[in-house]
Design a protein around this ligand. Structure first.
Ligand code: HEM
Length: 447
């Protein structure tokens, strides 16, 4: 099938001397092709137009996209701003640290990050908190015999992230509903009428924020209590310029959002790869039997190199965050080009993640690339998490939960004498934007 591009728009145009990819539709630009066929769109643009080109993100405007790996370094450039993220998704990400620069960003990030490093996660007992929830879920899959994988991993991740926040289990169904309505803000047309996604999404956000505000008050009232929200509240209250509760609440909401879709997609892809490549499953089962139990502390993860390699290689081939938007604050040199101040930029993580310039046989799923390496992980090896001041806060948490999940899955299914099997076409219905994920319809059997 050819790409979802407008056949009536074939004209070659330049903006600031850089070619615009032909094929944009009115209003939605290249979004249909970006959502459904991003790797091919990027490859085709590179082969016909070179390393620099404009993509049209419809309502979010044009972004100058550069597929030269030098563009990755823009994420660390002092004259490149993240504020464009707030302009693209004001309802969801406005006021959160992912859309801030400089001092404001540092202050909010500093108050959160300690809870997410290995020491913070171990002290808070997050591995012990997650293990039983993961066990229960994979045992339910074994009993059911087949599952719609992305729905299941989405559900599991929501449970894990809520338990991380300390949201009581009996409140989960209500949160679930509101959270789904909140996600409608990503695609809501800008029409604020009763019953429409924008109105419902905003109402859900206000409900969630009111609950989070109550958590913050409770945390202050019981300062001796431990837990992620308590740690964050005390860190915020300790910071030099006390940050407002609005900032705190928006950032707790960001953690709920940042930690859900991305991880659910990665986990679903991991099960899909295990189902379609029996040798991976056999290697994982061997490792799981050797360790015999789900690890709960970061220090134990080194015992599970196969599970770790599975997590890294799955994410390399199926990055959940495919593109990052930025704005140039000053004129920049990027490869052979001068980029004017004010240019909207798109950093295509997906392209670098599977680039032949960075990886040998980039389209092949090879655990050996991780198992046989002797040097430490470099920023470019984990580029799926970004780099520089905004590098993902959840990296160590994801690593822990992915390894826990792999080991629990292998032990449970192997004991029952079954293995994962792919029951659907994986190529159909996969999506690349706003986050990358497999089709909602992919089914996995355990037999
Ligand atoms: C596979 C899972 C994940 C992937 C691929 C991922 C990817 C990313 C990427 C690429 C960024 C950089 C954004 C930018 O530079 O604009 C980011 C930032 C962030 N992530 Fe993740 N993420 C994942 C899981 C998580 C989890 C589990 C959490 C927390 C519970 C989390 C919280 C955050 C936060 C708070 C930021 C903003 C950091 C900042 O702006 O300083 N992420 N993530």
């Amino acid at each position: 099938m050819d790409m979802l591009l407008n056949p009536l728009n074939r004209r070659h145009r330049l903006r600031h001397d850089i070619p615009v990819v032909p094929g944009a539709f009115p209003l939605v630009g290249h979004l249909p092709a970006i959502v459904c066929d991003l790797p091919r769109l990027l490859r085709r643009a590179e082969s016909t137009l070179g390393s620099h080109f404009w993509l049209d993100f419809g309502p979010a405007g044009h972004q100058m996209t550069c597929v030269d790996p030098d563009a990755f370094a823009l994420l660390r450039h002092k004259d490149v701003s993240s504020a464009l993220i707030e302009e693209i998704a004001p309802e969801l990400l406005g006021g959160t640290l992912v859309a801030q620069d400089g001092g404001a960003h540092r202050q909010a990030r500093d108050a959160i990050k300690a809870a997410f490093v290995p020491k913070g996660l171990t002290q808070a007992g997050i591995g012990d908190l997650f293990a039983p929830v993961i066990w229960a879920r994979v045992q339910a899959w074994r009993d059911r015999g087949d599952v719609t994988i992305l729905r299941e991993t989405g559900d599991l991740m929501l449970k894990l992230i809520f338990s991380l926040m300390g949201i009581p289990a009996q409140d989960l169904p209500g949160w679930h509903r509101k959270y789904r309505q909140l996600l409608q803000l990503i695609v809501a047309p800008p029409v604020d009428l009763p019953g429409l996604p924008l109105r419902r999404g905003r109402a859900a956000r206000d409900w969630i924020d009111a609950q989070l505000r109550q958590f913050v008050r409770d945390a202050r009232a019981h300062a001796a209590r431990t837990g992620l929200i308590n740690d964050m509240v005390s860190a915020f209250d300790r910071s030099d310029d006390a940050l407002s509760d609005d900032v705190l609440v928006a950032n707790i909401r960001l953690l709920l959002l940042g930690g859900h879709e991305t991880t659910a997609s990665t986990m679903a892809w991991m099960v899909i790869e295990l189902a379609r490549q029996p040798v991976l499953w056999d290697a994982l089962v061997e490792e799981a039997q050797r360790v015999g139990a789900v690890p709960t502390r970061h220090a134990d993860l080194a015992q599970c190199p196969v599970a770790e390699a599975l997590f890294r290689e799955t994410l390399r081939l199926h990055p959940a965050v495919t593109l990052l938007p930025r704005r140039a604050l000053q004129e920049l040199q990027l490869g052979q080009r001068r980029i004017p101040a004010g240019t909207h930029l798109c950093i295509p993580l997906l392209h670098f993640s599977t680039s032949a310039l960075l990886h040998e046989a980039p389209d092949q799923f090879r655990l050996a690339r991780w198992l046989q390496r002797t040097e430490p992980i470099r920023p470019v090896d984990m580029l799926q998490f970004g780099t520089g001041p905004h590098v993902c806060i959840g990296y160590h948490l994801v690593w822990l939960e992915m390894v826990q999940f792999c080991i629990a899955l292998a032990l449970t299914m192997h004991k029952a004498g079954v293995r994962p099997r792919l029951l659907s076409d994986v190529e159909k219905g996969r999506r690349y934007y706003p986050t990358g994920h497999p089709s909602m319809k992919v089914r996995i059997g355990f037999s």
